[in-house]
Ligand binder design. Structure first.
Ligand SMILES: [Zn+2]
Length: 242
């Protein structure tokens, strides 16, 4: 039979710092919550220390090494509610925050320019799906999804530059598409790094470090930037040739 956990307790509002009354030792255990000071709904900065908040915790035992604190916030700008869930770890005389999640989860991603959309009609959708995986904590599939979006961008860019070679571009590997159809050496260099890191993400044994995937995000941003510049140069040539 399932038991419903019923020891969730409300905490009094007291800025960002407050105490939990310890039911066994008759002591108060302090801890401090970490907030991002931003509303996830409207994106405006909020001083959480001044934000009226209802807090709840699930400590029910003196021996509990980990607990959760949930806070309900009301944004002073958009007047929408949001929730922060904090995971706290007991450390000597206090609880230290291990991390927190903000609900609703907002997917953060770069704005995709019209130039990139002209090159690839599918990249933006795949890229946002990858960013969604990251926002929802699906770290093991984020890199693979990012790699798929990157491959789509490269193949569509190769096709944009060589519209009569669709049959061979479809069959070629990502590495060969980068080598055979992209002339800008900076884009080739960047795409090569992105491909190597992205491929590792799809392998049974992923040799990438956390820094590698962060580097891939940075490199992909640069790939987008240089493709945008190439597209603007093409538009300038068309304008000049009129
Ligand atoms: Zn807001």
């Amino acid at each position: 039979m399932k038991e419903v956990f019923s020891d969730v307790q409300a905490l009094d509002f007291n800025r960002n710092r407050f105490n939990i009354f310890d039911m066994y030792d008759n002591e108060r255990v302090p801890f401090e919550l970490v907030f991002d000071d931003i509303c996830p709904v409207c994106g405006y900065g909020i001083d959480m220390g001044r934000d009226y908040t209802h807090k709840f915790h699930d400590i029910s035992s003196d021996n509990q090494q980990e607990c959760k604190v949930a806070c309900i916030h009301l944004c002073g700008h958009c007047h929408k509610l949001f929730v922060t869930e904090h995971v706290m770890r007991r450390s000597k005389e206090s609880y230290i925050e291990k991390g927190h999640t903000v609900y609703p989860i907002i997917v953060q991603h770069k704005e995709i320019s019209d130039e990139i959309k002209k090159v690839s009609s599918d990249f933006e959708n795949l890229y946002i799906q990858a960013c969604s995986a990251s926002a929802y904590g699906l770290k093991d599939i984020y890199g693979m999804a990012l790699r798929k979006a990157f491959e789509c961008l490269v193949k569509d860019y190769a096709l944009f530059l060589n519209p009569k070679k669709e049959d061979e571009i479809v069959k070629k590997s990502l590495a060969n598409c980068i080598r055979d159809y992209i002339e800008n050496t900076k884009i080739v260099e960047l795409c090569t790094s992105c491909r190597i890191i992205g491929n590792n993400e799809t392998h049974w044994k992923n040799n990438n470090t956390a820094d590698d995937i962060i580097f891939m995000e940075k490199v992909l941003g640069a790939v987008l930037h240089f493709i945008e510049q190439e597209m603007i140069v093409l538009d300038a040539k068309k304008f000049n040739d009129k």
